[in-house]
Ligand binder design. Structure first.
Ligand code: ZN
Length: 511
């Protein structure tokens, strides 16, 4: 890199309201106020770092003092003496004060005493106080005194990332603007434009990664782009950015979650070893896994949010998540989230992050395995939940099943993962008779394919031919799931749970 290299964030800093990125509301309000001559004596800008607080403060200072107009203008020219000096941070009447290094009261008094004198070259004396929440209490008091009776020619522009640390007495004398996190799409557009100006190659995937890593901050995103350019010599692609961010690509994260939620412990830990060996930052990985859980939850079919397209995943990855969602309950997702949230500080405090992460994976797999609350309720309270065995046990399977009741039929269907058939049997059939290779029933839904499938399954699994008789008249009996539901409602433990939660209702029963 050449010696006179200017960092991108400085080089492409917005110089006027039109090019301020992602702050449309603020721009509209401020320009209207300036155009109608309603200029406040004090402004406070708040928002996360890199959203344009200082840039906005400088643009506002230029707007107040631009020589291209007789009064303040929302379109500062950018080329007059005042505009140029302010942009460079060198105007004698525009003081930029970093509160972090001027916390003391003496410092503040000195600065404020000077406020009494009229500006030298500008219409207004402008004080830009950055990170104003860092001031000491006495310094705040000194500032408050000036804010209570500000000289007509003085304008204060305060900026802070932590508005809650600014005393209310100060806030009440300022016009407040909240600078929003810049949306990913806006950031991407901006970064693509910067790449074009710099004549560097930035792939769309790499841009997406940078924009998301920037987390709403233009400055952070441009710093990352700076770094990526320096590392790649100007060919910024996904691999380079992943490498730089010590990030694992989304495809890997999606597949890893799939393993964690459905596979066995040794495979999952092996996969983690691999990801770790590739240089992944484990804090970032946990972040990405949490992002996965968040989106899997939003994409959960029963929530009907249908905003999956705005997720960071490709269509294929979304398809994978959808499939996983079919095997996992919303409840489990929320418990996984809780464990992950708890793991964040744990991971940060740990002297051995990998160790910590291994244990986290085991815990997550355990959760995915555990029954949910309705499942526990369904279990008889005297029964102990059988622990799932993690080691492989070779069980000799009996060749054929014996099915002698409707209940046994449903259980065997579930065991052989015929979930559609089993739920069809329990929610649609009113069983009139269940005998030796013989079933007589009424079918509420009357799906013709069902009978065919059931006969085939029964023959395959019992080695016998079955006779199935479907009656045409509804005998108005309970289906199996209705029966189970009524049993559950009668259970004293469920009854007390229903009492406890006023609006509770039994929506579904799962085994
Ligand atoms: Zn100007």
């Amino acid at each position: 890199m050449e010696n006179n290299y200017t960092v991108l964030a400085r080089k492409y800093r917005s110089q006027n309201f039109e090019t301020l990125i992602g702050q449309d509301v603020l721009v509209k309000t401020l320009t209207t106020a300036i155009n109608t001559g309603r200029i406040a004596h004090a402004y406070i800008f708040t928002g996360i770092r890199g959203t344009g607080k200082t840039s906005t403060a400088r643009i506002l200072a230029k707007a107040l003092n631009c020589l291209s107009s007789d009064t303040a203008t929302s379109k500062p020219c950018g080329v007059c003496e005042n505009c140029r000096a302010i942009a460079a941070g060198q105007h004698i009447d525009v003081m930029e004060i970093d509160a972090a290094s001027h916390t003391g009261v003496d410092n503040m008094r000195e600065i404020l005493d000077a406020a009494l004198y009229r500006p030298t070259n500008a219409r207004y004396k402008v004080y830009i106080i950055d990170e104003v929440h860092m001031l000491s209490t006495s310094a705040f008091n000194a500032l408050l005194k000036t804010l209570e009776e500000p000289p007509a020619h003085v304008i204060f522009i305060l900026a802070t990332t932590e508005i809650r640390k600014v005393p209310v007495t100060i806030l009440s004398r300022c016009q407040r603007f909240d600078l929003a996190r810049v949306p990913v799409e806006t950031l991407k557009k901006h970064f693509a434009w910067v790449a074009e100006q710099e004549k560097i190659e930035l792939t769309d995937e790499a841009n997406e990664l940078l924009a998301r890593a920037a987390d709403g901050s233009v400055r952070d995103g441009l710093s990352l782009l700076d770094q990526a350019i320096a590392q790649t010599g100007g060919h910024v692609d996904e691999t380079a950015v992943l490498d730089m961010l010590k990030r694992t690509d989304r495809g890997t994260v999606v597949n890893f979650m799939k393993t964690v939620l459905s596979g066995d412990v040794s495979v999952a830990l092996g996969k983690l070893d691999e990801i770790y060996a590739n240089g992944a930052d484990l804090t970032m990985l946990l972040n990405d896994m949490m992002e996965w859980v968040h989106w899997a939850t939003r994409m959960y079919p029963s929530l009907r949010l249908q905003d999956a397209v705005s997720s960071p995943y490709t269509a294929d990855q979304r398809e994978t998540i959808k499939k996983i969602n079919e095997t996992i309950s919303l409840n489990t997702l929320s418990r996984i989230w809780q464990v992950m949230v708890a793991a964040v500080p744990e991971l940060q405090a740990s002297s051995n992050q990998k160790q910590c992460f291994d244990m986290l994976i085991v815990r997550l797999m355990h959760i995915a395995d555990m029954p949910s609350i309705p499942e526990i309720l369904k279990q008889n309270k005297n029964e102990i939940i059988p622990e799932k065995k993690t080691e492989q046990v070779i069980i000799e399977k009996p060749k054929y099943k014996t099915i002698d009741s409707a209940k046994a039929l449903v259980e065997e269907l579930q065991k052989s993962r015929e979930l559609l058939l089993s739920s069809y049997v329990s929610s649609n059939l009113e069983i009139i008779e269940f005998g030796n290779n013989f079933i007589k029933y009424f079918d509420i839904q009357g799906d013709k394919n069902f009978q065919q499938k059931l006969i085939l399954w029964l023959k395959d699994n019992t080695g016998q031919d079955w006779t199935i008789e479907r009656v045409a008249e509804d005998p108005h009996q309970q289906t199996m799931s209705e029966h189970i539901k009524s049993e559950i409602v009668a259970d004293p433990m469920v009854a007390s749970a229903m009492d406890l939660f006023e609006d509770a209702e039994i929506v579904s029963v799962s085994k």
